[in-house]
Design a protein around this ligand. Structure first.
Ligand SMILES: O=C(O)CCC(=O)C(=O)O
Length: 260
């Protein structure tokens, strides 16, 4: 990802790339940890928040599990890495970084549309958060190539109005792109081809998606949703309030950087 590190920035493009942060050992341990979580083995005794795939389900389909960092120490250690926290703070010009959510998106070799993640912006799923101060870091736990279904960002889409019909869970990307092309004539799409241990960051309003993995080896992303001190809680109902109460618990929502 070398040359690209300085080309893109969060403010103008809505995404940026970080240099390699994690060691081979970090990667190996967290890949193993995530594989355990995928297979219902929860080393810490804690369950993930949500599972969208279970053993026995289609082995060619995208595997998404929410908050795997609760279930496995190596996954927890990966995302709470101090250097990672510092780099997130530097990229977002923030004084504090709190992880409030995570997911593993593990993409085995895909068949049909089953490996697709539809176009969306993360903020559409988070009505309880302001759009400001909310970001996602995507850590590559495998080498991500053009053929393995990289995350693709639309440059500058962080400044767009909402577009109806976009959704992570809609795997019919062709139909979504018809809508996108009608709404926005010009789009610059940038694929995040990351080496193992590198990461990207995107803002909560950046449109992104990914296509299937045409390679034999899985494409593995550890997705870290974080907030800075600029994030605000919106007017919310009781169930959303209960959900967000988790941010008061450092064993669920660790603060990984604080300026001193
Ligand atoms: O890993 C993917 O393909 C999609 C990830 C995603 O939607 C995200 O990082 O917000």
């Amino acid at each position: 990802m070398k040359g690209n590190q300085s080309i893109y920035n969060l403010k103008n493009n809505g995404f940026c790339f970080l240099p390699r942060i994690f060691s081979d050992l970090d990667i190996q341990k967290s890949r193993k940890g995530l594989w355990h979580v995928i297979n219902n083995k929860y080393e810490t005794g804690r369950q993930p928040e949500n599972r969208f795939w279970d053993p026995g389900d289609d082995p060619y389909s995208i595997i998404k599990i929410d908050k795997p960092h609760l279930c496995n120490q190596s996954v927890w250690d990966l995302i709470t890495n101090k250097t990672f926290g510092k780099l997130l703070a530097k990229a977002t010009k923030a004084d504090s970084i709190q992880i409030w959510h995570s997911q593993v998106v593990w993409k085995p070799q895909s068949k049909n549309e089953k490996g697709n993640a539809g176009w969306h912006r993360d903020s559409q799923y988070w009505p309880f958060w302001s759009r400001r101060g909310l970001y996602t870091a995507w850590i590559a736990l495998s080498n991500v190539t053009a053929r393995s279904g990289p995350v693709r960002f639309i440059s500058g889409s962080n400044h767009w109005d909402d577009i109806k019909g976009m959704d992570f869970f809609n795997q019919n990307i062709i139909s979504q792109e018809k809508v996108l092309n009608k709404t926005k004539k010009k789009q610059k799409i940038v694929s995040a081809m990351l080496k193992m241990g590198e990461a990207s960051i995107h803002s909560s309003t950046t449109y992104h998606s990914s296509l299937g993995n045409e390679e034999k080896n899985p494409r593995i992303g550890m997705v870290v949703h974080f907030r800075t001190e600029k994030a605000r809680i919106m007017k919310i109902d009781r169930s959303e309030r209960n959900y967000l109460d988790q941010i008061k618990d450092p064993t669920i929502a660790p603060i990984i950087y604080k300026k001193i």
